[in-house]
Design a binder for this molecule. Structure first.
Ligand SMILES: Cc1cc2nc3c(=O)[nH]c(=O)nc-3n(C[C@H](O)[C@H](O)[C@H](O)COP(=O)(O)OP(=O)(O)OC[C@H]3O[C@@H](n4cnc5c(N)ncnc54)[C@H](O)[C@@H]3O)c2cc1C
Length: 264
Protein backbone atom coordinates (compact mmCIF):
# COMPACT_ATOMS: atom_id res chain seq x y z
CA UNK A 1 0.00 0.00 0.00
CA UNK A 2 1.25 3.52 -0.81
CA UNK A 3 1.10 6.37 1.74
CA UNK A 4 -2.10 8.42 1.85
CA UNK A 5 -3.82 11.02 4.06
CA UNK A 6 -6.79 9.77 6.10
CA UNK A 7 -9.78 12.02 6.88
CA UNK A 8 -12.97 11.44 8.84
CA UNK A 9 -15.28 14.40 8.09
CA UNK A 10 -18.31 15.15 10.28
CA UNK A 11 -20.74 15.58 7.37
CA UNK A 12 -21.03 15.23 3.59
CA UNK A 13 -20.42 18.95 2.98
CA UNK A 14 -17.05 18.72 4.73
CA UNK A 15 -16.28 15.45 2.90
CA UNK A 16 -16.86 17.13 -0.47
CA UNK A 17 -14.63 20.06 0.47
CA UNK A 18 -11.77 17.72 1.43
CA UNK A 19 -12.21 15.78 -1.81
CA UNK A 20 -12.20 19.02 -3.86
CA UNK A 21 -9.07 20.30 -2.13
CA UNK A 22 -7.16 17.03 -2.42
CA UNK A 23 -4.89 16.03 -5.27
CA UNK A 24 -6.57 12.68 -5.96
CA UNK A 25 -8.90 11.88 -3.06
CA UNK A 26 -11.57 9.16 -2.88
CA UNK A 27 -14.49 8.56 -0.53
CA UNK A 28 -14.47 5.35 1.52
CA UNK A 29 -17.51 3.70 3.10
CA UNK A 30 -17.05 0.09 4.29
CA UNK A 31 -13.62 -0.19 2.62
CA UNK A 32 -14.43 -3.76 1.56
CA UNK A 33 -13.46 -3.06 -2.04
CA UNK A 34 -11.32 0.07 -1.75
CA UNK A 35 -8.86 -1.22 0.87
CA UNK A 36 -7.99 -4.51 -0.93
CA UNK A 37 -7.55 -2.50 -4.15
CA UNK A 38 -5.12 -0.15 -2.38
CA UNK A 39 -3.29 -3.04 -0.73
CA UNK A 40 -2.73 -4.56 -4.16
CA UNK A 41 -1.50 -1.16 -5.37
CA UNK A 42 -4.21 -1.06 -8.02
CA UNK A 43 -5.31 2.27 -6.55
CA UNK A 44 -3.09 4.95 -5.04
CA UNK A 45 -5.31 7.82 -3.82
CA UNK A 46 -3.61 10.82 -2.22
CA UNK A 47 -6.42 11.10 0.35
CA UNK A 48 -8.97 8.64 1.72
CA UNK A 49 -12.09 10.40 2.98
CA UNK A 50 -13.89 8.05 5.36
CA UNK A 51 -17.58 8.91 4.94
CA UNK A 52 -19.02 5.94 6.86
CA UNK A 53 -20.21 8.13 9.73
CA UNK A 54 -21.01 11.21 7.60
CA UNK A 55 -23.16 9.25 5.13
CA UNK A 56 -25.04 7.74 8.06
CA UNK A 57 -27.06 4.59 8.50
CA UNK A 58 -30.84 4.52 8.48
CA UNK A 59 -33.90 2.99 6.83
CA UNK A 60 -37.47 4.12 6.21
CA UNK A 61 -39.87 1.45 4.94
CA UNK A 62 -43.53 1.76 3.92
CA UNK A 63 -45.88 -0.29 1.70
CA UNK A 64 -44.83 1.64 -1.38
CA UNK A 65 -41.14 2.47 -0.87
CA UNK A 66 -37.97 1.78 1.04
CA UNK A 67 -35.37 4.53 1.55
CA UNK A 68 -31.90 3.51 2.72
CA UNK A 69 -29.09 5.90 3.75
CA UNK A 70 -25.85 5.26 1.85
CA UNK A 71 -23.81 4.22 4.90
CA UNK A 72 -26.20 1.40 5.84
CA UNK A 73 -24.54 -2.02 5.91
CA UNK A 74 -25.84 -5.08 4.06
CA UNK A 75 -26.46 -6.83 7.42
CA UNK A 76 -28.69 -3.97 8.58
CA UNK A 77 -30.74 -4.12 5.36
CA UNK A 78 -31.05 -7.92 5.57
CA UNK A 79 -32.34 -7.87 9.14
CA UNK A 80 -34.59 -4.78 9.03
CA UNK A 81 -38.19 -5.72 9.98
CA UNK A 82 -39.73 -3.00 7.75
CA UNK A 83 -37.85 -4.17 4.65
CA UNK A 84 -38.58 -7.81 5.48
CA UNK A 85 -42.29 -6.89 5.64
CA UNK A 86 -42.70 -4.49 2.70
CA UNK A 87 -39.92 -5.60 0.35
CA UNK A 88 -38.79 -9.10 1.43
CA UNK A 89 -36.93 -9.77 -1.82
CA UNK A 90 -34.60 -6.82 -1.10
CA UNK A 91 -33.85 -8.03 2.44
CA UNK A 92 -33.17 -11.51 1.04
CA UNK A 93 -30.75 -10.10 -1.58
CA UNK A 94 -28.77 -8.21 1.09
CA UNK A 95 -28.55 -11.41 3.14
CA UNK A 96 -26.97 -13.22 0.19
CA UNK A 97 -24.04 -10.79 -0.18
CA UNK A 98 -20.60 -12.22 0.62
CA UNK A 99 -20.01 -13.47 4.15
CA UNK A 100 -20.84 -12.03 7.61
CA UNK A 101 -17.70 -9.85 7.65
CA UNK A 102 -18.54 -8.29 4.28
CA UNK A 103 -22.20 -7.84 5.24
CA UNK A 104 -21.26 -6.10 8.50
CA UNK A 105 -18.80 -3.63 6.92
CA UNK A 106 -19.92 -3.22 3.28
CA UNK A 107 -22.51 -0.52 2.57
CA UNK A 108 -25.21 0.00 -0.02
CA UNK A 109 -23.66 3.31 -1.15
CA UNK A 110 -20.23 1.74 -1.67
CA UNK A 111 -21.65 -1.22 -3.52
CA UNK A 112 -23.69 0.87 -5.94
CA UNK A 113 -20.89 3.42 -6.52
CA UNK A 114 -18.44 0.61 -7.25
CA UNK A 115 -20.76 -1.12 -9.79
CA UNK A 116 -18.87 -4.42 -9.80
CA UNK A 117 -20.27 -6.48 -12.71
CA UNK A 118 -21.05 -9.32 -10.29
CA UNK A 119 -22.53 -7.22 -7.46
CA UNK A 120 -26.08 -7.87 -6.28
CA UNK A 121 -27.46 -4.38 -5.50
CA UNK A 122 -27.30 -3.01 -9.08
CA UNK A 123 -29.92 -5.60 -10.10
CA UNK A 124 -32.14 -4.53 -7.18
CA UNK A 125 -31.80 -0.89 -8.24
CA UNK A 126 -32.92 -1.69 -11.80
CA UNK A 127 -35.73 -4.11 -10.83
CA UNK A 128 -37.08 -1.83 -8.10
CA UNK A 129 -36.91 1.38 -10.20
CA UNK A 130 -34.53 2.92 -7.66
CA UNK A 131 -33.69 6.59 -7.37
CA UNK A 132 -30.09 7.18 -6.38
CA UNK A 133 -29.75 10.39 -4.38
CA UNK A 134 -26.40 12.19 -4.27
CA UNK A 135 -25.14 15.45 -2.73
CA UNK A 136 -25.91 17.05 -6.12
CA UNK A 137 -29.01 15.40 -7.71
CA UNK A 138 -31.29 12.37 -8.00
CA UNK A 139 -30.49 9.79 -10.69
CA UNK A 140 -32.84 7.07 -11.99
CA UNK A 141 -31.24 3.62 -11.77
CA UNK A 142 -31.94 3.12 -15.49
CA UNK A 143 -29.46 5.95 -16.18
CA UNK A 144 -26.96 5.21 -13.42
CA UNK A 145 -25.09 2.01 -14.35
CA UNK A 146 -22.95 2.85 -17.37
CA UNK A 147 -20.54 -0.09 -17.81
CA UNK A 148 -17.75 -2.07 -16.15
CA UNK A 149 -17.16 -0.33 -12.76
CA UNK A 150 -18.64 2.79 -14.37
CA UNK A 151 -21.56 4.89 -13.15
CA UNK A 152 -23.15 8.26 -13.82
CA UNK A 153 -21.39 9.70 -10.73
CA UNK A 154 -19.23 12.75 -11.42
CA UNK A 155 -16.09 13.90 -9.61
CA UNK A 156 -16.69 14.54 -5.90
CA UNK A 157 -20.28 13.30 -6.13
CA UNK A 158 -21.33 11.21 -3.14
CA UNK A 159 -24.34 8.90 -2.89
CA UNK A 160 -26.37 9.87 0.18
CA UNK A 161 -29.38 7.56 -0.07
CA UNK A 162 -31.21 5.11 -2.31
CA UNK A 163 -34.99 4.89 -2.71
CA UNK A 164 -36.58 1.63 -3.93
CA UNK A 165 -40.18 1.08 -5.12
CA UNK A 166 -41.69 -1.96 -3.38
CA UNK A 167 -43.13 -4.42 -5.92
CA UNK A 168 -46.45 -6.28 -5.54
CA UNK A 169 -44.44 -9.47 -5.81
CA UNK A 170 -40.85 -10.31 -6.69
CA UNK A 171 -37.74 -12.32 -5.91
CA UNK A 172 -34.00 -12.40 -6.52
CA UNK A 173 -32.35 -15.68 -7.52
CA UNK A 174 -28.56 -15.94 -7.60
CA UNK A 175 -26.06 -18.55 -8.63
CA UNK A 176 -23.13 -17.55 -6.38
CA UNK A 177 -19.46 -18.04 -6.99
CA UNK A 178 -18.68 -20.72 -4.39
CA UNK A 179 -15.60 -18.83 -3.09
CA UNK A 180 -16.58 -15.12 -2.99
CA UNK A 181 -20.40 -15.46 -3.14
CA UNK A 182 -20.43 -12.75 -5.87
CA UNK A 183 -23.06 -13.50 -8.53
CA UNK A 184 -21.97 -15.69 -11.42
CA UNK A 185 -25.47 -14.72 -12.49
CA UNK A 186 -28.26 -13.15 -10.49
CA UNK A 187 -31.75 -12.26 -11.73
CA UNK A 188 -34.22 -9.99 -9.93
CA UNK A 189 -37.85 -10.19 -11.10
CA UNK A 190 -40.29 -7.56 -9.81
CA UNK A 191 -43.98 -7.14 -10.63
CA UNK A 192 -45.03 -3.52 -10.03
CA UNK A 193 -48.67 -4.07 -11.10
CA UNK A 194 -49.87 -1.23 -13.38
CA UNK A 195 -46.31 0.15 -13.48
CA UNK A 196 -45.11 -3.03 -15.19
CA UNK A 197 -42.73 -5.92 -14.70
CA UNK A 198 -38.98 -5.42 -14.41
CA UNK A 199 -36.35 -8.11 -14.89
CA UNK A 200 -32.74 -7.19 -14.01
CA UNK A 201 -29.70 -9.37 -14.59
CA UNK A 202 -26.30 -9.09 -12.87
CA UNK A 203 -23.06 -11.08 -13.16
CA UNK A 204 -23.65 -11.97 -16.80
CA UNK A 205 -22.28 -8.92 -18.65
CA UNK A 206 -20.09 -5.83 -18.02
CA UNK A 207 -22.80 -4.20 -15.97
CA UNK A 208 -26.25 -5.06 -14.64
CA UNK A 209 -28.98 -4.60 -17.23
CA UNK A 210 -32.71 -5.15 -17.81
CA UNK A 211 -33.92 -8.01 -20.01
CA UNK A 212 -36.82 -6.42 -21.91
CA UNK A 213 -37.75 -9.64 -23.77
CA UNK A 214 -38.29 -11.41 -20.44
CA UNK A 215 -40.29 -8.45 -19.14
CA UNK A 216 -42.60 -8.69 -22.18
CA UNK A 217 -43.04 -12.46 -21.86
CA UNK A 218 -43.85 -12.19 -18.12
CA UNK A 219 -46.32 -9.36 -18.76
CA UNK A 220 -48.31 -11.77 -20.94
CA UNK A 221 -48.00 -14.66 -18.49
CA UNK A 222 -46.29 -14.39 -15.10
CA UNK A 223 -45.08 -18.00 -14.96
CA UNK A 224 -41.65 -19.66 -15.27
CA UNK A 225 -42.78 -21.42 -18.49
CA UNK A 226 -43.34 -18.06 -20.20
CA UNK A 227 -39.54 -17.66 -20.32
CA UNK A 228 -39.09 -20.79 -22.49
CA UNK A 229 -39.77 -18.67 -25.57
CA UNK A 230 -37.10 -16.08 -24.70
CA UNK A 231 -33.70 -16.81 -26.24
CA UNK A 232 -30.78 -15.42 -24.19
CA UNK A 233 -27.80 -14.75 -26.45
CA UNK A 234 -24.30 -15.39 -25.11
CA UNK A 235 -22.55 -12.92 -27.49
CA UNK A 236 -21.89 -10.18 -24.91
CA UNK A 237 -21.77 -12.40 -21.81
CA UNK A 238 -18.69 -12.54 -19.58
CA UNK A 239 -16.43 -15.49 -20.31
CA UNK A 240 -13.81 -16.21 -17.62
CA UNK A 241 -12.30 -18.89 -15.37
CA UNK A 242 -15.54 -19.04 -13.38
CA UNK A 243 -17.98 -19.70 -16.24
CA UNK A 244 -18.16 -19.62 -20.02
CA UNK A 245 -20.43 -17.17 -21.83
CA UNK A 246 -22.74 -20.00 -22.92
CA UNK A 247 -23.05 -21.27 -19.36
CA UNK A 248 -23.87 -17.77 -18.11
CA UNK A 249 -26.56 -17.37 -20.81
CA UNK A 250 -28.07 -20.67 -19.66
CA UNK A 251 -27.95 -19.50 -16.02
CA UNK A 252 -29.85 -16.30 -16.86
CA UNK A 253 -32.89 -18.33 -17.91
CA UNK A 254 -32.59 -20.73 -14.98
CA UNK A 255 -32.25 -17.92 -12.41
CA UNK A 256 -35.09 -15.92 -13.99
CA UNK A 257 -37.40 -18.95 -13.79
CA UNK A 258 -36.42 -19.53 -10.15
CA UNK A 259 -37.10 -15.87 -9.34
CA UNK A 260 -40.56 -16.01 -10.96
CA UNK A 261 -41.40 -19.25 -9.13
CA UNK A 262 -40.26 -17.71 -5.81
CA UNK A 263 -42.27 -14.51 -6.40
CA UNK A 264 -45.46 -16.22 -5.22
C1 LIG B 1 -14.76 -11.36 0.03
C2 LIG B 1 -15.82 -10.43 -0.54
C3 LIG B 1 -17.01 -10.96 -1.00
C4 LIG B 1 -17.97 -10.13 -1.55
N1 LIG B 1 -19.14 -10.69 -2.03
C5 LIG B 1 -20.06 -9.90 -2.57
C6 LIG B 1 -21.30 -10.45 -3.05
O1 LIG B 1 -21.59 -11.64 -2.96
N2 LIG B 1 -22.18 -9.57 -3.62
C7 LIG B 1 -21.96 -8.23 -3.70
O2 LIG B 1 -22.79 -7.50 -4.22
N3 LIG B 1 -20.81 -7.69 -3.23
C8 LIG B 1 -19.88 -8.47 -2.66
N4 LIG B 1 -18.73 -7.91 -2.15
C9 LIG B 1 -18.57 -6.43 -2.18
C10 LIG B 1 -19.19 -5.79 -0.94
O3 LIG B 1 -20.59 -5.89 -1.09
C11 LIG B 1 -18.84 -4.30 -0.70
O4 LIG B 1 -19.81 -3.79 0.10
C12 LIG B 1 -18.82 -3.38 -1.88
O5 LIG B 1 -17.92 -3.82 -2.82
C13 LIG B 1 -18.33 -1.96 -1.55
O6 LIG B 1 -18.95 -1.42 -0.46
P1 LIG B 1 -18.09 -0.63 0.61
O7 LIG B 1 -19.06 0.08 1.48
O8 LIG B 1 -17.13 -1.54 1.28
O9 LIG B 1 -17.34 0.44 -0.31
P2 LIG B 1 -15.81 0.92 -0.35
O10 LIG B 1 -14.89 -0.24 -0.52
O11 LIG B 1 -15.54 1.83 0.79
O12 LIG B 1 -15.85 1.79 -1.69
C14 LIG B 1 -16.02 1.19 -2.95
C15 LIG B 1 -15.97 2.28 -4.02
O13 LIG B 1 -17.10 3.12 -3.94
C16 LIG B 1 -16.73 4.49 -3.66
N5 LIG B 1 -17.72 4.95 -2.67
C17 LIG B 1 -17.96 4.39 -1.44
N6 LIG B 1 -19.02 4.96 -0.88
C18 LIG B 1 -19.47 5.92 -1.74
C19 LIG B 1 -20.55 6.84 -1.72
N7 LIG B 1 -21.42 6.90 -0.70
N8 LIG B 1 -20.71 7.67 -2.79
C20 LIG B 1 -19.85 7.61 -3.84
N9 LIG B 1 -18.82 6.76 -3.93
C21 LIG B 1 -18.62 5.91 -2.89
C22 LIG B 1 -15.29 4.42 -3.15
O14 LIG B 1 -14.57 5.60 -3.46
C23 LIG B 1 -14.76 3.21 -3.91
O15 LIG B 1 -14.38 3.60 -5.21
C24 LIG B 1 -17.75 -8.72 -1.61
C25 LIG B 1 -16.55 -8.17 -1.12
C26 LIG B 1 -15.59 -9.01 -0.58
C27 LIG B 1 -14.33 -8.40 -0.05
Amino acid sequence: MYDFNYHRPKDIKQAVKILRDSEDGVPMSGGMTLVPTMKQRLAAPSDVVDIAAAAGSGIKASTSKVTIKAGTTHATVASHPGIQKHCPSLAALAGMIGDPHVRNKGTIGGSIANNDPAADYPSACLALAAKIVTNKRTIDADKFFKGLFETALRDNEIITEVEFACPKRGAYAKFPNPASRYAMVGVYVADHGRKGIRVAVTGATDSAHRNKAMEKALTEDFAPGALDSVKVKSDDMNDDIHASADYRAHLVTVMAKRAVAASG
